[in-house]
Design a protein around this ligand. Structure first.
Ligand code: GLC
Length: 721
């Protein structure tokens, strides 16, 4: 439809019809045939009218439902304005790849794009027009259960992963039925709740907000994301959905975003609970004036916006702008001409879980696994005849994470299935050891498990955290392995030292004691559909681990928040990071550094960093510095290494981090092979938010290092003039 026709359509609409475009309902209420709607507050709303006026729905299951929803709406809507169909596709629709926090550990933008492209294909044939993805909330506190849903604690890594997802999901032309629009979320700083407790208040300086939390949203909008979702939390005293500084000043004015803003689930209604709105009608006023276009599910706009416009409280011109943004998105998706977009039941059957998609998911699971520790145990030898597979994840299928699609876990390959497929002749003894459910306190099976360990050539100790202990509303005040898993681990590790631990979890865990006892630990996170196949290939050396931590692992939950890009303070604790040092910034009972730092990860081979050289030591602002890092594979096997480049600005008008990742690249090296990785550092990468929050660089000396956080090597300095 042309812009003129779109404007003509808008001009022809009644206020009620315009309001309808800003109403999003839960599709489930229309898929059943009971045509009575119960809103969150228990209002019974007339479904027929809602179905006639609403502009979008969320959460449906497949192409058939998508078509039925569209048909039912278009039959009732006199203006024949097609619905937008939206869905949370966070890390795969039916073929599930690893959770985003794991994908961040791959440090591989191209692999991220490949996974997102696979999810796009499956989403499109399912009938999805908009996915509520990527989620790019920087998370520096693993008590927050949604840390699994973001790529990293690191703004640059989060930005590049998020942008890769947007480009791969939206493609070049949204009107093509195979492309899907992205809604980046949750704007802003939802990942910084006080106490790590979901939905809790967020209070940050503008500098920290701009430095650590806003960049990733901006990167996704710069990559072309068409929608953005304000977050539930209050940000510096004002809930995001009503926060005019955030939504008008930053989003619309500074960043020039002219796409659609959609609230989070009932977030408009929660303004009353937050205590900034007298009642639901007041909440609608605040949300509209702040620029929230669509009210997700609360029906608050449906109930009160028309009156607010007729009473002049909300200018009709503001309503028109919001509605036009929604109509433009529908038009860009080609929905007026093709309301089904990509929905295709036949294609669903061919694409879902197809071998090509499984291969991508398996590769992603292998590349996002992190080998934390390995004292000669891994890879396990093919010569072993009998292995004991012990622990609550020994034969668990829930390996896909909180934000996988309902039922996706049933398609996951378990650890024994993967191992037996790889090594059919290997005798496997399987003992959960502690109860039927992960986290059970039942210790009655531990004796049998220990016996199994004692009798085996090798032990795979499969531990972790129940899938439902991370994700939305799943914050924890402790981060230890739930239930008697450590009791099991102590006894099994004592019974057979040839034991490798494999972990399945959705957040960084507190592994301090396990790390002291276990000779090898492989972190798998929630690897998705191909979990068992990927784990088997890693454990038996068909794949070589190459993941690097996208968030540090704590020694104690008491260390949080524990950002790797920390400030030096006036009293830094001197290294080594072992004992307390009086009157410095340290704990009496715990070292400062993480157990394993951001960017850490081992391989079955070894690498040496031979040199870091700069092509100049003085740089004018319009110039750049070329950094060359030589890396050698000094081991006996091929492997991949993530070469990381860190910056330090030791003197500036405000305190600057002791280390800040400014670039990375993943390389493959054959045994003995040497490669040179070149990075270009520009003046823009030296900028920061200074004392009056302007974004600029300052002349002075800068340090460039490689290695990984807290373990920097080969530092060289240059001067910016
Ligand atoms: C949830 C989440 C959000 C999701 C939305 C729709 O509450 O906060 O991430 O996209 O509702 O399911």
């Amino acid at each position: 439809m042309t812009t003129e026709k779109l404007q003509a359509l808008l001009d022809s609409m009644t206020i009620r019809e315009k309001v309808g475009q800003l109403v999003q309902c839960n599709a489930g209420q229309f898929i059943q045939n009971d045509m009575e709607i119960t809103g969150p507050e228990g209002e019974l709303l007339p479904a027929e009218d809602l179905n006639r006026v609403m502009g979008s729905v969320l959460t449906f299951e497949d192409a058939a439902q998508a078509k039925a929803l569209q048909d039912r709406h278009l039959a009732a809507d006199p203006k024949k304005i097609p619905l937008l169909l939206m869905l949370d596709v966070i890390h795969g629709l039916r073929t599930t790849y690893p959770i985003p926090l794991a994908m961040g550990c791959s440090f591989d933008d191209d692999l991220m794009a490949e996974c997102a492209d696979m999810a796009r294909k499956e989403s499109a044939v399912c009938g999805v027009h908009v996915t509520f993805n990527p989620m790019v909330d920087t998370a520096r506190d693993a008590r927050w259960g949604r840390i699994l849903e973001t790529s990293s604690e690191e703004p640059l890594l989060n930005s590049r992963m998020g942008a890769a997802v947007v480009r791969a999901t939206q493609g070049e032309d949204l009107s093509r039925p195979e492309n899907v629009a992205c809604c980046v979320k949750h704007f802003a700083a939802y990942g910084a709740p006080e106490g790590g407790r979901d939905y809790n208040t967020v209070d940050l300086s503008e500098r920290t907000l701009r430095e650590a939390y806003l960049p990733a949203y901006k990167a996704c909008l710069d990559a072309g994301a068409r929608l953005i979702m304000p977050s539930f939390n209050a940000l510096n005293g004002i809930p995001s959905v009503a926060n005019r500084w955030l939504m008008n000043r930053v989003l619309r004015e500074e960043w020039g975003f002219n796409g659609v803003v959609i609230s989070d689930y009932n977030a408009v209604g929660e303004l009353v609970t937050h205590g900034v709105a007298e009642n639901l009608k007041d909440a609608v006023r605040l949300s509209m004036l702040a620029g929230c276009d669509i009210d997700m599910v609360r029906n608050a706009y449906y109930l009160y916006l028309e009156d607010l416009v007729r009473d002049g409280v909300v200018p009709e011109e503001m309503l028109d702008q919001a509605v036009l943004r929604v109509l433009k998105l529908k038009n860009e998706l080609g929905l007026f001409e093709n309301p089904y977009h990509g929905a295709d039941e036949e294609a669903e059957k061919k694409l879902y879980l197809c071998p090509a998609h499984r291969e991508i998911a398996r590769r992603a699971a292998e590349e996002s696994a992190v080998l934390l520790k390995n004292e000669g145990i891994l890879p396990l030898s093919d010569r072993i005849r009998k292995a004991a597979l012990i622990g609550p994840f020994a034969d668990e299928r829930h390996l896909v994470g909180f934000w996988s699609r309902p039922g996706a876990w049933k398609d996951a390959v378990t650890l024994p299935e993967g191992i037996q497929a790889l090594l059919p002749d290997l005798e496997l003894i399987i003992e959960r050891g502690c109860g039927a459910e992960i986290g059970d306190t039942d210790e009655s099976g531990i004796d049998r498990a220990v016996e199994a360990a004692r009798s085996a050539d090798a032990v795979i100790l499969a531990l972790g955290e129940p899938e439902n202990d991370s994700g939305e509303g799943r914050s924890r005040a402790t981060l230890t392995l739930p239930g008697p898993q450590m009791t099991l681990a102590r006894r099994v590790l004592a019974a057979n030292p040839n034991t490798a631990v494999i972990l399945f979890n959705g957040r960084p865990l507190e592994l301090t004691e396990l790390d002291e006892l276990a000779p090898a630990i492989l972190e798998m996170w929630y690897p998705g559909t191909e979990a068992g196949n990927a784990a088997a290939r890693l454990l038996f050396g068909r794949a070589n681990p190459c993941g690097k931590l996208s968030a540090g692992l704590p020694r104690s939950v008491g260390q949080y928040p524990m950002p790797y890009n920390r400030m030096n303070t006036g009293r830094p604790k001197p290294q080594p990071d072992s004992q307390a040092f009086p009157f410095t910034s340290c704990y009496l009972d715990t070292p400062n550094l993480p157990l394993y730092s951001f960017g850490h990860g081992l391989s079955y081979t070894t690498f040496s960093y031979e040199s870091l050289t700069l092509d100049r030591t003085v740089m004018r602002p319009e110039e750049s510095v070329r950094v060359t890092i030589r890396v050698r594979n000094t081991g006996s096997g091929a492997g991949k290494e993530v070469v990381q480049l860190y910056l330090r600005d030791p003197v500036a008008s405000v305190v600057r981090p002791v280390q800040q990742l400014i670039d990375y690249r993943k390389i493959s090296l054959e045994p003995g092979e040497v490669k040179e990785v070149a990075f270009t550092v520009t003046e823009e990468q030296l900028r920061f938010w200074d004392f009056d929050c302007s974004f600029r660089s300052e002349p002075g000396t800068f340090e460039l290092s490689t290695g990984y956080a807290d373990h920097l090597l080969l530092t060289r300095t240059f001067v910016l003039q």
